[in-house]
Design a protein around this ligand. Structure first.
Ligand code: NDP
Ligand code: MG
Length: 388
């Protein structure tokens, strides 16, 4: 029996993880399930899976969570400190699936207990960078990538010497606005941005996919997970989302991982690694798909990957500033406060006015994140309803 905790259990990745666990209930003991405000769903999941503890990150929701769990014998807790405490309970594997830098402190707590971390929460690694990877090494934890591209790369690197890697190529679907003109992008609405053609995901990552910040964050994520050098990391647009990423070796061989665009595939790989488990998905039917196409990204319409590469090159605190500015800009876009093309412009504005020194510890990263958010909010509030 393996013990598992899921941080962000009520989200899209959380639901996919629990779907796989539901299919093999005897092999797993669920320790902690966490959420933010969706305590009704959290309590339902905690009861179904017999969790040891359910935690809402929002202390104001604890009363409702307690009521929803009354009589179940399941512990209920609320607030950031309770989230960190639950994440630090000993388990074999933690799925880190909170969205945004809000997942950083609990993910670090999970790392500190030394188990395996299935990392979906890319913003945490982007923000913390070396602070997180050095904690992984120090505590003997194992970081396995859930993000489909990084999971693909991880699989393609298995059994090979990283010194022999010539390049790593992250594939990008290009998002729902892949073929839109710059003029059309200016008028893109939140409803259009969250409707992804291939993947069913949470709202924030869907907007990131539309702006290509998702790929930018993934570039920085790959830089930390696979330290082969930024110059070896490439991005290619692949509208069908069948090839999830590729590794090219010095002898001219390129290894790719293919699969349906369903996060249960990389999650299953992480849950079972180094074994394989069954998933309920239909086999990949390449004859039905017919064609796989590839094209270079367009950084004029989608500047996010350029900004992310520059942030990765600068290193230190800069990726944390980029991430925080993006989180604020995405929230402002979803709230109808700024236009779609202002997201990248806004991130660039924040990067040009805030360049703090490199963080040395978790508290430093959290301070940079908080300050960058304040500056990002101030900039938005000082130029309300600016079109583009
Ligand atoms: P969702 O928005 O669907 O779910 C987010 C989860 O985090 C929910 O459980 C939510 O709780 C919780 N949460 C939200 N805000 C906070 C907070 N401030 N503190 C604590 N918990 C919080 O996101 P996704 O599942 O789509 O994404 C999760 C992570 O995985 C992201 O980092 C994303 O980039 C990454 N990822 C997602 C993929 C996907 O296909 N969805 C693919 C690859 C990576 P509540 O429901 O109560 O709000
Ligand atoms: Mg991805």
């Amino acid at each position: 029996m393996r013990k598992i905790s899921i941080l962000g259990a009520t989200g899209s990745i959380g639901a996919s993880t629990l779907d796989l666990i539901r299919r093999a209930p005897l092999d797993w003991k669920v320790v902690a399930l966490t959420a933010n405000g969706n305590v009704t769903e959290l309590a339902k999941l905690a009861r179904e899976f017999g969790a040891e503890i359910a935690v809402t990150a929002d202390a104001a929701c604890l009363h409702d969570l307690r009521e929803a769990l009354a009589g179940s014998g399941i512990e209920a807790a609320g607030g950031p400190a309770a989230l960190v405490e639950a994440a630090s309970r000993q388990v074999d594997i933690t799925i880190a699936a909170i969205v945004g830098c809000a997942g950083l402190a609990p993910t670090m707590a999970a790392i500190e207990q030394g188990g395996t971390i299935g990392l979906a929460n890319k913003e945490a690694l982007v923000s913390a960078g070396d602070v997180m990877t050095s904690a992984v090494a120090r505590h003997g934890a194992t970081l396995l990538p859930v993000d489909s591209e990084h999971n693909a790369i991880f699989q393609c690197l298995a059994g090979n010497d990283p010194a022999h890697v010539r390049s790593i190529t992250l594939t990008a679907s290009g998002g729902p606005f892949r073929d839109w003109s710059l003029e059309q992008l200016v008028g893109a609405t939140p409803a259009q941005a969250v409707r992804h053609p291939n993947w069913d995901m949470g709202a924030k990552i869907s907007v990131d996919s539309a702006t290509m910040f998702n790929k930018g964050l993934e570039l920085i994520e790959a830089h930390h997970l696979f330290p082969v050098g930024l110059d070896k990391l490439r991005i290619i647009v692949h509208p069908q989302s069948v090839v999830h990423s590729m590794v090219e070796y010095r002898d001219g061989s390129t290894l790719a991982q293919l699969g349906p665009s369903d996060m249960r595939v990389p999650i299953a790989s992480v849950l079972a690694w180094p074994q394989r488990i069954e998933t309920p998905l239909a086999p990949l039917d390449l004859a039905a798909i017919g064609e796989l196409s590839f094209r270079a990204p367009d950084e004029t319409r989608f500047p996010a990957t350029r900004l992310a590469r520059q942030a990765a090159e600068a290193g230190g605190a800069i990726p944390a500033v980029l991430n925080a500015a993006n989180e604020i800009a995405v929230a402002a876009f979803l709230a109808g406060q700024i236009g779609f093309t202002r997201i990248a412009a806004h991130v660039e504005d924040v990067l040009s006015c805030y360049a703090p020194p490199a963080p040395a510890c978790l508290a430093d990263v959290i301070a940079v994140d908080a300050e960058a958010r304040d500056r990002a909010r101030d900039l938005i509030n000082s130029a309300p309803m600016e079109p583009a």
